[in-house]
Design a protein around this ligand. Structure first.
Ligand SMILES: C[S@@+](CC[C@H](N)C(=O)[O-])C[C@H]1O[C@@H](n2cnc3c(N)ncnc32)[C@H](O)[C@@H]1O
Length: 311
């Protein structure tokens, strides 16, 4: 019996499409769900020193993550409840976010003064991470299509103190170019942004926990294929809104090739003027050059990140 035959049948095509070595690591991650809670300092409401002091006073043993100086993690079962009871949590001085979810913003090459588009932004983890990293010195436009998700995005931005540098628009990002063209001033309907983050809607198979059926029962290769069509459409919209010297980060919390490598390969074939840049955080592996993946594991969600730039 192969390993894949022991797992739910809707997941076998996905696993079978990956090399054996990666399949085993992904299966191991799906079988051993995350046992840490991670968070980052929010510089808009606090400082690293204040957060470290508050953690010490609460006797919470945390480790700093070497991928990002603002990020910490601690044992989930022992400490999450206490962490979420602290004033630094309630007052938005920290933001609970998975470590891999912090990586896309770190790949954007952010600098003060940039115009940034966060295309599919709710609940706002990465929008507020970027605002914190740039200490408000940027103009972020954050889009979200769905009502409840949009409200959650607005709430996150408010509690994290990011309102003064973020404009939220409730809209379908597949209509991005049309929207900005209609609302354009001085022909600025396209190529408006220095940085674009497309943290795309995906099947979330990087977050599967085999001990919890609700995390995988809706997954199917067909749904994945339909997400891939949407993801590609969103990428095409992003391309038209990016300045010629801009950077575009595409990320998903998926591990299947359909929504990751295949979407990017299709884009690069259609637009050979683009290429992929290395990611500043060392990935677990790349199946193709600069297509960066993180395995699901006890500390990380499965994640895929690429950085696109015009040659
Ligand atoms: C992966 S989540 C984004 C997570 C977010 N970047 C964060 O870090 O908090 C994808 C989001 O895209 C939204 N979405 C899906 N289709 C969309 C569309 N066509 N236009 C805009 N947003 C969309 C979903 O509702 C969801 O909130």
């Amino acid at each position: 019996m192969t390993k894949t035959s022991k797992i739910p049948s809707n997941l076998t095509p996905l696993l079978d499409s990956l090399p054996q070595e990666h399949r085993e690591k992904i299966l191991a991650g799906w079988s051993a769900p995350r046992n840490i809670v991670s968070f980052r300092v929010n510089h808009l409401n606090s400082s690293r020193e204040e957060v470290v002091k508050a953690l010490g006073e609460a006797s919470l043993l945390s480790s700093a993550w070497d991928g990002f100086e603002d990020a910490f993690y601690m044992a989930k079962e022992e400490h999450e409840y206490t962490l979420r009871g602290l004033e630094i949590y309630k007052q938005g001085k920290i933001y609970v976010q998975s470590l891999t979810s912090m990586i896309p913003a770190l790949c954007l090459g952010l600098h003060p003064g940039q115009k940034i588009l966060d295309m599919t932004a709710a609940p706002g983890s990465k929008t507020t991470q970027m605002a914190s990293m740039l200490a408000w010195k940027c103009e972020i436009t954050a889009l979200e299509k769905f009502g409840i998700r949009h409200d959650k995005l607005v709430h996150t931005i408010k509690t994290q103190g990011a309102e003064k540098c973020v404009k939220v628009i409730k809209m379908d990002a597949t209509e991005l170019v049309q929207f900005f063209s209609q609302n354009a001033q001085k022909n600025q309907g396209r190529k408006m942004f220095d940085r674009i983050l497309l943290d795309a809607p995906c099947s979330s198979d990087g977050r599967i926990n085999l001990g919890d059926e609700t995390t995988y029962k809706w997954y199917s290769p067909e749904k994945s294929a339909s997400k891939a069509l949407l993801q590609y459409e969103l990428l095409e919209q992003a391309r038209k809104m990016l300045k010629d010297d801009g950077k575009l980060v595409y990320s998903t919390c998926a591990v299947n090739r359909t929504e990751n490598e295949e979407v990017i390969q299709k884009f690069l074939t259609k637009h050979p003027e683009y290429h992929l840049l290395p990611c500043p955080i060392t990935p677990d592996y790349t199946l193709e050059d600069n297509m960066n993946r993180w395995y699901p594991s006890e500390t990380m969600e499965g994640f895929f990140v690429v950085v696109l730039e015009k040659k």
